[in-house]
Design a protein around this ligand. Structure first.
Ligand code: ADP
Length: 266
């Protein structure tokens, strides 16, 4: 068996081939020992590990494993997944919305990290929990889908009341920026969670579009587990990216880019 593992800050992503078929699995980082036990029980196999927690995982393995720098593994995995979707281009940006967010430019097979933001999937879970008490990721994203940001976010049109604004009135002037003191007690969990996702989505897309100016392409490939079962985040990121003149692409199985790259390197 050929196995690629991306051990990140929150989740461990695994890609492996069995009888020619590719399988994907993910586990919370707390299960790192179980993942190591699974690898140790495989017998004859080749393993490549990447991600911030790869050192911990390698220390738990009984057999030697290759290690790969995370950005290289991600880059390779994105290439493979783009090719599978028939969308391989010479130049594009990759925005990885993991626990945090990092942005890369890929041009003629050379990749460069352009920057990032600490606002990412970790913010999504952390802020959601602090505001509503909800702990589980799946519950956060499903409640958020039912909420509206209308009463919480301040839009440009709210500031330019009765006047034509110089930029689209639909843009957010201030996330969580409405006068909330009077209504803070009646806001629902759904509204608060939708607004957290709005904040994360608008931040990562705004930073990505600005980074695109340093890259030849305006195609932004969004990956990372923060998009798993999270149509609201995809929607916010899609509309903000298009509004700012770039082209968003979401990869099928994009959260497994690092694991896929590690596996493909073997
Ligand atoms: P990392 O490599 O840093 O672990 P990921 O790309 O795996 O990053 O993304 C982690 C983010 O994915 C979390 O912060 C959370 O927003 C989201 N996520 C998706 N599914 C889950 C899950 N089952 N449990 C926790 N977080 C999840």
């Amino acid at each position: 068996m050929i196995v690629g593992i991306d051990a990140g800050g929150t989740l461990i992503k695994v890609a492996y081939t069995n009888k020619g078929e590719i399988h994907f699995e993910k586990h919370p980082i707390a299960e790192i020992e179980q993942v190591a036990d699974w690898v140790n029980g495989l017998g004859d196999s080749e393993v490549c590990v990447t991600g911030g927690r790869s050192g911990v995982l390698v220390s738990l393995l009984n057999q030697p494993a290759q290690e790969m720098v995370e950005f290289e593994a991600t880059h390779l995995g994105v290439q493979v997944l783009l090719k599978e979707m028939g969308r391989l281009e010479d130049a594009y940006l990759v925005t990885n919305v993991g626990t945090g967010t990092s942005i890369h430019c890929i041009q003629d097979n050379v990749h460069e990290r352009l920057g990032g933001t600490g606002v990412g999937g970790g913010t999504l879970i952390g802020l959601s929990h602090l505001l509503t008490g909800v702990t589980r990721y799946d519950e956060i994203v499903s409640l958020a889908r039912q909420g509206s940001r209308e009463r919480i976010d301040l839009k440009v049109k709210h500031i330019y009341e009765g006047k034509e604004p110089p930029i689209s009135g639909e843009l957010t002037a201030s996330n969580f920026g409405q006068n909330l003191f009077a209504i803070s007690k009646d806001l629902t969990k759904e509204e608060l969670l939708a607004t957290v996702i709005g904040l994360v989505g608008e931040t990562v897309s705004t930073v990505s579009v600005q980074a695109a100016r340093q890259c030849r392409s305006s195609t932004i490939v969004y990956i990372g587990s923060s998009f798993i079962d999270n149509p609201l985040l995809k929607e916010v990121v899609t509309s903000y990216t298009i509004l700012r003149g770039s082209v968003p692409v979401f990869l099928d199985n994009g959260e497994f880019s690092g694991a896929m790259g590690a596996m493909s390197s073997l």
